[in-house]
Design a protein around this ligand. Sequence first.
Ligand code: C2E
Ligand code: MG
Ligand code: MG
Ligand code: MG
Length: 281
Amino acid sequence: RAKEKGKNHYQFYTPDMNETNMRRVLLEKEMHKALEKGGFESCMVVYQPQVNVATGLLTGVEALLRWDHRELGIISPSEFIPIAEESGLIVPLGKWALRMACLQNVAWRKAGYLPVRVSVNLSPRQFRDERLMGMIEEVLEETGMDPACLELEITENMAVQGADYFVRKLAELRSLGVQLSIDDFGTGYSSLSYLNKLPVHKLKIDRSFIRDLNTSVENAEIITSIISMAHKLNLKVIAEGVETEEQLNWLAGNGCDEIQGFLISRPLQAAQLERKGMLRR
Ligand code: C2E
Ligand code: MG
Ligand code: MG
Ligand code: MG
Protein backbone atom coordinates (compact mmCIF):
# COMPACT_ATOMS: atom_id res chain seq x y z
CA ARG A 1 0.00 0.00 0.00
CA ALA A 2 2.87 2.35 0.87
CA LYS A 3 4.39 1.76 -2.56
CA GLU A 4 1.18 2.68 -4.33
CA LYS A 5 0.89 5.85 -2.35
CA GLY A 6 4.48 6.68 -3.26
CA LYS A 7 3.70 6.31 -6.94
CA ASN A 8 0.71 8.61 -6.67
CA HIS A 9 2.91 11.26 -5.16
CA TYR A 10 4.99 11.33 -8.32
CA GLN A 11 1.99 11.18 -10.62
CA PHE A 12 0.17 14.13 -9.11
CA TYR A 13 3.12 16.32 -8.39
CA THR A 14 2.26 19.47 -6.45
CA PRO A 15 4.35 21.81 -4.28
CA ASP A 16 2.60 20.33 -1.29
CA MET A 17 3.71 16.81 -2.15
CA ASN A 18 7.17 18.05 -2.85
CA GLU A 19 7.28 18.95 0.82
CA THR A 20 6.16 15.45 1.72
CA ASN A 21 8.99 14.02 -0.34
CA MET A 22 11.52 16.34 1.26
CA ARG A 23 10.36 15.22 4.67
CA ARG A 24 10.74 11.58 3.61
CA VAL A 25 14.29 12.19 2.42
CA LEU A 26 15.11 14.01 5.65
CA LEU A 27 13.68 11.27 7.87
CA GLU A 28 15.49 8.57 5.94
CA LYS A 29 18.77 10.45 6.34
CA GLU A 30 18.14 10.90 10.07
CA MET A 31 17.37 7.21 10.45
CA HIS A 32 20.63 6.29 8.73
CA LYS A 33 22.48 8.66 11.07
CA ALA A 34 20.86 7.10 14.14
CA LEU A 35 21.92 3.67 12.93
CA GLU A 36 25.50 4.71 12.15
CA LYS A 37 25.87 6.10 15.65
CA GLY A 38 25.54 2.52 16.73
CA GLY A 39 21.94 2.25 17.75
CA PHE A 40 18.54 3.80 17.85
CA GLU A 41 18.96 5.79 21.05
CA SER A 42 16.26 8.25 20.08
CA CYS A 43 13.84 5.36 19.59
CA MET A 44 11.83 3.74 22.31
CA VAL A 45 9.48 0.82 22.62
CA VAL A 46 6.13 1.42 24.35
CA TYR A 47 3.66 -1.24 25.38
CA GLN A 48 -0.10 -1.30 24.95
CA PRO A 49 -2.06 -3.64 27.24
CA GLN A 50 -4.26 -6.42 25.89
CA VAL A 51 -6.89 -7.79 28.24
CA ASN A 52 -9.16 -10.81 28.42
CA VAL A 53 -12.74 -9.68 27.81
CA ALA A 54 -14.24 -12.11 30.34
CA THR A 55 -11.85 -11.50 33.23
CA GLY A 56 -10.51 -8.02 32.49
CA LEU A 57 -7.04 -9.33 33.30
CA LEU A 58 -3.92 -8.42 31.35
CA THR A 59 -2.93 -11.17 28.92
CA GLY A 60 -0.24 -9.43 26.96
CA VAL A 61 1.18 -6.20 25.62
CA GLU A 62 1.89 -5.02 22.09
CA ALA A 63 5.33 -3.50 21.57
CA LEU A 64 5.13 -0.31 19.50
CA LEU A 65 8.03 1.82 18.32
CA ARG A 66 8.33 5.52 19.08
CA TRP A 67 10.90 7.89 17.61
CA ASP A 68 11.63 11.05 19.57
CA HIS A 69 14.01 13.04 17.39
CA ARG A 70 16.02 15.67 19.21
CA GLU A 71 15.14 18.40 16.70
CA LEU A 72 12.11 17.13 14.85
CA GLY A 73 10.22 15.96 17.93
CA ILE A 74 8.07 12.87 18.15
CA ILE A 75 7.60 11.17 14.81
CA SER A 76 4.72 8.73 14.46
CA PRO A 77 5.35 5.14 13.36
CA SER A 78 2.76 5.53 10.62
CA GLU A 79 5.18 8.09 9.15
CA PHE A 80 8.59 6.50 9.78
CA ILE A 81 7.80 2.77 9.49
CA PRO A 82 6.90 3.02 5.76
CA ILE A 83 10.13 4.96 5.15
CA ALA A 84 12.15 2.39 7.08
CA GLU A 85 10.37 -0.31 5.10
CA GLU A 86 11.19 1.19 1.71
CA SER A 87 14.80 1.94 2.58
CA GLY A 88 15.41 -1.45 4.16
CA LEU A 89 16.27 0.14 7.51
CA ILE A 90 13.33 -1.72 9.02
CA VAL A 91 15.54 -4.83 9.12
CA PRO A 92 17.98 -3.48 11.76
CA LEU A 93 15.29 -1.31 13.39
CA GLY A 94 12.88 -4.24 13.65
CA LYS A 95 15.59 -6.38 15.18
CA TRP A 96 16.30 -3.64 17.70
CA ALA A 97 12.61 -3.41 18.64
CA LEU A 98 12.36 -7.19 19.03
CA ARG A 99 15.45 -7.25 21.22
CA MET A 100 14.15 -4.42 23.42
CA ALA A 101 10.78 -6.13 23.83
CA CYS A 102 12.46 -9.42 24.79
CA LEU A 103 14.85 -7.74 27.26
CA GLN A 104 11.90 -5.97 28.90
CA ASN A 105 9.91 -9.18 29.11
CA VAL A 106 12.81 -11.00 30.77
CA ALA A 107 13.31 -8.07 33.16
CA TRP A 108 9.65 -8.24 34.21
CA ARG A 109 9.93 -11.94 34.85
CA LYS A 110 13.07 -11.43 36.94
CA ALA A 111 11.26 -8.72 38.91
CA GLY A 112 8.69 -11.32 39.93
CA TYR A 113 5.77 -10.43 37.69
CA LEU A 114 3.58 -13.16 36.26
CA PRO A 115 4.58 -14.15 32.73
CA VAL A 116 3.13 -11.74 30.21
CA ARG A 117 3.03 -12.18 26.47
CA VAL A 118 4.62 -9.55 24.26
CA SER A 119 3.53 -9.05 20.65
CA VAL A 120 6.03 -7.65 18.21
CA ASN A 121 5.11 -6.41 14.72
CA LEU A 122 6.97 -7.88 11.76
CA SER A 123 7.11 -5.84 8.57
CA PRO A 124 6.80 -7.33 5.06
CA ARG A 125 10.46 -6.62 4.38
CA GLN A 126 11.54 -8.44 7.53
CA PHE A 127 9.22 -11.29 6.68
CA ARG A 128 10.83 -11.70 3.25
CA ASP A 129 14.36 -11.40 4.64
CA GLU A 130 16.18 -14.72 4.39
CA ARG A 131 17.92 -14.08 7.73
CA LEU A 132 14.60 -13.75 9.60
CA MET A 133 14.69 -17.15 11.29
CA GLY A 134 18.33 -16.79 12.31
CA MET A 135 17.70 -13.27 13.59
CA ILE A 136 14.83 -14.34 15.84
CA GLU A 137 16.71 -17.37 17.14
CA GLU A 138 19.69 -15.17 17.93
CA VAL A 139 17.59 -12.61 19.84
CA LEU A 140 15.73 -15.31 21.80
CA GLU A 141 19.01 -16.95 22.73
CA GLU A 142 20.85 -13.77 23.61
CA THR A 143 18.08 -12.28 25.75
CA GLY A 144 16.96 -15.51 27.41
CA MET A 145 13.41 -14.83 26.25
CA ASP A 146 10.84 -17.61 26.62
CA PRO A 147 9.60 -18.13 23.03
CA ALA A 148 6.17 -19.12 24.34
CA CYS A 149 5.75 -15.54 25.63
CA LEU A 150 6.62 -14.00 22.28
CA GLU A 151 3.94 -13.34 19.70
CA LEU A 152 4.77 -12.14 16.20
CA GLU A 153 2.21 -10.06 14.33
CA ILE A 154 2.09 -10.45 10.59
CA THR A 155 -0.38 -9.04 8.07
CA GLU A 156 -2.40 -10.60 5.28
CA ASN A 157 -0.46 -8.56 2.75
CA MET A 158 2.59 -10.70 3.41
CA ALA A 159 0.82 -13.51 1.57
CA VAL A 160 1.41 -11.83 -1.79
CA GLN A 161 4.16 -14.25 -2.72
CA GLY A 162 1.65 -17.06 -2.75
CA ALA A 163 -0.24 -19.21 -0.30
CA ASP A 164 2.27 -22.09 -0.24
CA TYR A 165 5.21 -19.87 0.53
CA PHE A 166 3.24 -18.03 3.21
CA VAL A 167 2.13 -21.21 4.96
CA ARG A 168 5.65 -22.65 4.86
CA LYS A 169 7.18 -19.48 6.27
CA LEU A 170 4.64 -19.32 9.11
CA ALA A 171 5.23 -22.97 9.96
CA GLU A 172 8.97 -22.27 10.19
CA LEU A 173 8.37 -19.36 12.55
CA ARG A 174 5.98 -21.40 14.63
CA SER A 175 8.60 -24.13 14.97
CA LEU A 176 10.58 -21.64 17.11
CA GLY A 177 7.87 -22.02 19.73
CA VAL A 178 6.51 -18.51 19.28
CA GLN A 179 2.86 -17.52 18.82
CA LEU A 180 1.60 -15.98 15.59
CA SER A 181 -1.22 -13.56 14.99
CA ILE A 182 -2.64 -11.89 11.91
CA ASP A 183 -2.71 -8.13 12.43
CA ASP A 184 -5.19 -5.72 10.84
CA PHE A 185 -7.31 -8.71 9.90
CA GLY A 186 -10.01 -7.98 7.34
CA THR A 187 -8.19 -5.17 5.55
CA GLY A 188 -5.92 -7.23 3.30
CA TYR A 189 -6.37 -7.91 -0.38
CA SER A 190 -6.61 -11.62 0.12
CA SER A 191 -9.68 -13.11 1.71
CA LEU A 192 -7.39 -15.74 3.16
CA SER A 193 -9.78 -18.42 2.05
CA TYR A 194 -7.10 -20.88 3.17
CA LEU A 195 -7.19 -19.57 6.74
CA ASN A 196 -7.72 -23.16 7.89
CA LYS A 197 -4.24 -24.01 6.57
CA LEU A 198 -2.47 -21.13 8.31
CA PRO A 199 -0.54 -22.18 11.40
CA VAL A 200 -1.49 -19.07 13.40
CA HIS A 201 -2.98 -18.73 16.88
CA LYS A 202 -4.94 -15.53 16.69
CA LEU A 203 -6.68 -12.95 14.51
CA LYS A 204 -6.55 -9.25 15.34
CA ILE A 205 -9.64 -7.54 13.94
CA ASP A 206 -8.62 -4.25 12.41
CA ARG A 207 -9.47 -1.01 14.17
CA SER A 208 -11.53 0.24 11.21
CA PHE A 209 -14.23 -2.39 11.84
CA ILE A 210 -14.38 -1.54 15.53
CA ARG A 211 -14.53 2.19 14.87
CA ASP A 212 -17.64 1.94 12.70
CA LEU A 213 -19.26 -0.76 14.81
CA ASN A 214 -22.08 1.43 16.07
CA THR A 215 -22.93 3.00 12.73
CA SER A 216 -22.44 0.13 10.32
CA VAL A 217 -24.54 -3.02 10.38
CA GLU A 218 -22.23 -4.56 7.79
CA ASN A 219 -19.21 -4.11 10.05
CA ALA A 220 -20.99 -5.74 12.95
CA GLU A 221 -21.80 -8.66 10.68
CA ILE A 222 -18.22 -8.88 9.44
CA ILE A 223 -16.99 -9.00 13.02
CA THR A 224 -19.42 -11.72 14.07
CA SER A 225 -18.46 -13.83 11.08
CA ILE A 226 -14.73 -13.35 11.76
CA ILE A 227 -15.27 -14.43 15.37
CA SER A 228 -17.33 -17.49 14.51
CA MET A 229 -14.97 -18.56 11.72
CA ALA A 230 -11.93 -18.07 14.00
CA HIS A 231 -13.47 -20.09 16.80
CA LYS A 232 -14.36 -22.91 14.42
CA LEU A 233 -10.70 -23.01 13.47
CA ASN A 234 -9.62 -22.88 17.13
CA LEU A 235 -8.15 -19.42 16.80
CA LYS A 236 -8.43 -16.64 19.38
CA VAL A 237 -9.77 -13.23 18.41
CA ILE A 238 -8.59 -9.86 19.65
CA ALA A 239 -10.18 -6.54 18.70
CA GLU A 240 -7.85 -3.56 18.32
CA GLY A 241 -8.78 0.09 18.72
CA VAL A 242 -11.52 -0.38 21.32
CA GLU A 243 -12.32 3.10 22.62
CA THR A 244 -15.77 2.92 24.20
CA GLU A 245 -17.69 0.85 26.77
CA GLU A 246 -20.33 0.37 24.11
CA GLN A 247 -17.83 -1.32 21.80
CA LEU A 248 -16.50 -3.45 24.64
CA ASN A 249 -19.99 -4.59 25.64
CA TRP A 250 -20.88 -5.48 22.09
CA LEU A 251 -17.63 -7.44 21.64
CA ALA A 252 -18.13 -9.22 24.97
CA GLY A 253 -21.64 -10.19 23.96
CA ASN A 254 -20.40 -11.53 20.66
CA GLY A 255 -17.68 -13.79 21.98
CA CYS A 256 -14.54 -11.75 21.29
CA ASP A 257 -11.70 -13.14 23.44
CA GLU A 258 -9.47 -10.13 24.03
CA ILE A 259 -9.40 -6.39 23.45
CA GLN A 260 -6.76 -3.71 23.04
CA GLY A 261 -7.43 0.00 22.81
CA PHE A 262 -7.52 3.42 24.42
CA LEU A 263 -10.47 2.32 26.61
CA ILE A 264 -8.06 0.09 28.52
CA SER A 265 -4.90 2.11 28.01
CA ARG A 266 -2.80 3.97 25.51
CA PRO A 267 0.62 2.48 24.79
CA LEU A 268 2.82 3.15 27.85
CA GLN A 269 6.46 3.09 28.79
CA ALA A 270 7.45 -0.02 30.73
CA ALA A 271 7.82 1.92 34.00
CA GLN A 272 4.38 3.53 33.59
CA LEU A 273 2.85 0.09 33.06
CA GLU A 274 4.45 -1.09 36.30
CA ARG A 275 3.30 1.99 38.23
CA LYS A 276 -0.27 1.62 37.04
CA GLY A 277 -0.30 -1.87 38.52
CA MET A 278 -1.27 -3.45 35.23
CA LEU A 279 1.31 -6.21 35.60
CA ARG A 280 0.52 -8.81 38.24
CA ARG A 281 2.78 -10.58 40.71
P1 C2E B 1 -0.64 -1.77 14.52
O1 C2E B 1 0.33 -2.87 14.66
O2 C2E B 1 -1.97 -2.12 13.96
O3 C2E B 1 -0.75 -1.13 15.97
C1 C2E B 1 -1.92 -0.59 16.51
C2 C2E B 1 -1.93 0.91 16.36
O4 C2E B 1 -3.21 1.39 16.79
C3 C2E B 1 -0.92 1.63 17.24
O5 C2E B 1 -0.53 2.82 16.56
C4 C2E B 1 -1.75 2.00 18.46
O6 C2E B 1 -1.23 3.08 19.20
C5 C2E B 1 -3.05 2.35 17.80
N1 C2E B 1 -4.17 2.21 18.71
C6 C2E B 1 -4.34 1.30 19.69
N2 C2E B 1 -5.51 1.44 20.31
C7 C2E B 1 -6.12 2.48 19.71
C8 C2E B 1 -7.41 3.12 19.92
O7 C2E B 1 -8.20 2.76 20.79
N3 C2E B 1 -7.70 4.16 19.09
C9 C2E B 1 -6.85 4.59 18.13
N4 C2E B 1 -7.23 5.62 17.38
N5 C2E B 1 -5.64 4.02 17.91
C10 C2E B 1 -5.30 2.97 18.69
P2 C2E B 1 1.00 3.26 16.43
O8 C2E B 1 1.73 2.93 17.68
O9 C2E B 1 1.00 4.66 15.94
O10 C2E B 1 1.55 2.30 15.32
C11 C2E B 1 1.06 2.36 14.00
C12 C2E B 1 1.55 1.20 13.18
O11 C2E B 1 2.97 1.29 13.01
C13 C2E B 1 1.31 -0.16 13.83
O12 C2E B 1 -0.02 -0.57 13.61
C14 C2E B 1 2.32 -0.99 13.10
O13 C2E B 1 1.84 -1.37 11.83
C15 C2E B 1 3.47 -0.02 12.90
N6 C2E B 1 4.50 -0.28 13.92
C16 C2E B 1 4.65 0.22 15.17
N7 C2E B 1 5.73 -0.30 15.78
C17 C2E B 1 6.29 -1.17 14.90
C18 C2E B 1 7.44 -2.04 14.93
O14 C2E B 1 8.17 -2.18 15.94
N8 C2E B 1 7.70 -2.78 13.80
C19 C2E B 1 6.89 -2.70 12.70
N9 C2E B 1 7.21 -3.44 11.63
N10 C2E B 1 5.81 -1.90 12.64
C20 C2E B 1 5.51 -1.15 13.73
MG1 MG C 1 0.26 -4.68 15.45
MG1 MG D 1 -3.03 -3.85 14.30
MG1 MG E 1 -3.73 -1.46 12.64
